[in-house]
Design a protein around this ligand. Structure first.
Ligand SMILES: [Zn+2]
Length: 343
């Protein structure tokens, strides 16, 4: 069902009134489209309809090597086994893992860590090799069995709702790497995760960072329904407020300095969705040529010319943000929020 443009709806995070924006964001599966709503009050974008499609996840886990965006995860899963310090390898490869290392380095020896959504299992493994007391947890039986076969017995197939009761207060740190943007009700999910923390414990949440991009960009993230949300620092502050947790953000300045922070080099057509489908209509990975064709096909007619004319001046001003080189700063394309339970 498509809502008429300009429809007002309710922000699913903070409850403010929001306007629909992109009416036709290409979905993860070729031919599907989603509406994108953006809440100015909490600077959060979310997809409509908000539904998880398990067939898409089955396809991703069946062919991670062939799907752009997931292929690098399959590489990490192999390469951590080939090095003496897998945590250093990961931290040096991506801002997300660098920020997780920065958080765990502050823990006391012997601290108990839970990774929720351990997926392929390599982050849990890297933390184990670095000497931390860590358990990987995933709702997927296949993911847990594969991780155990590869890295050892430190993984459990479990449901967060059950664990939040059975193991309440048992962990010093709960990690969630690139997970909450996939969850239809992230507030309820984080509430369950927070129950696992001891008083003073920390919930470490990484997610693609809307705050890192110009305000007019409404969706620079995997297409829905794989990613259902694009969160900003302001979104994370809503979570902290609702859950009664303290909040701080990891400062990426050292990572950006050491890795020669790249200016946001890609110039997008302002307002246009930036990512297209990754699977065909039968949930098979799109071959690179087909991916390119799909990218080209969706560009010309998505947005009517008069919309561009109306906003041309504003868009031109925004474009200048792209042309100016970005100095190494505190933010990155992923954000890492540290939510602390009161003592
Ligand atoms: Zn909101």
């Amino acid at each position: 069902m498509t809502m008429p443009q300009g429809t007002t709806t309710r922000c699913l995070l903070c409850g403010s009134d929001v306007q629909q924006h992109h009416p036709a964001q290409p979905g993860y599966r070729l031919g599907s489209t989603f509406e994108i709503h953006h809440c100015a009050a909490c600077d959060t974008s979310f997809a409509h309809p908000m539904e998880v499609d398990s067939a898409i996840y089955d396809a991703i886990y069946a062919h991670p090597d062939e799907i752009s965006g997931y292929d690098r995860y399959a590489k990490y899963a192999r390469s951590v086994l080939e090095v003496a310090d897998p945590l250093a390898l990961l931290a040096d490869s991506e801002d997300v893992y660098w920020s997780i290392r920065a958080c765990v380095e502050q823990l006391e020896p012997g601290a108990r860590i839970l990774e929720v959504g351990s997926g392929l299992g390599y982050m849990t493994y890297a933390l184990l090799k670095a000497g931390y007391n860590v358990t990987g947890m995933d709702i997927s039986k296949v993911a847990v069995e594969n991780a155990k076969a590869r890295y050892g017995p430190h993984y459990q197939e479990a449901d967060l709702a059950e664990w939040s009761v059975q193991k309440a207060g048992e962990f010093d740190m709960v990690l969630m790497a690139e997970l909450i943007e996939h969850i239809p009700d992230p507030l309820a999910f984080l509430r369950m995760a927070a129950k696992l923390l001891r008083p003073g414990g920390r919930l470490v949440v990484t997610t693609p960072n809307k705050s890192h991009y110009p305000k007019w960009m409404l969706w620079e993230s995997d297409p829905p329904p794989v990613h259902l949300w694009w969160f900003s620092e302001a979104s994370m502050k809503v979570f902290a407020r609702e859950l009664g947790l303290g909040i701080a953000f990891v400062d990426f300045t050292p990572f950006n300095r050491d890795h020669g922070a790249q200016p946001l080099a890609r110039i997008h057509m302002p307002g246009l969705p930036t990512q297209g489908a990754k699977l065909d209509e039968q949930n098979r990975p799109l071959a690179p040529e087909a991916l390119l064709r799909a990218e080209r096909a969706r560009r010309p007619r998505l947005y009517p010319l008069r919309k561009f004319q109306r906003s041309a001046v504003r868009r031109f001003q925004s474009l200048r943000e792209w042309i100016r080189p970005t100095p190494p700063g505190r933010s990155s394309a992923s954000l890492c929020a540290v939510l602390t339970k009161p003592e």
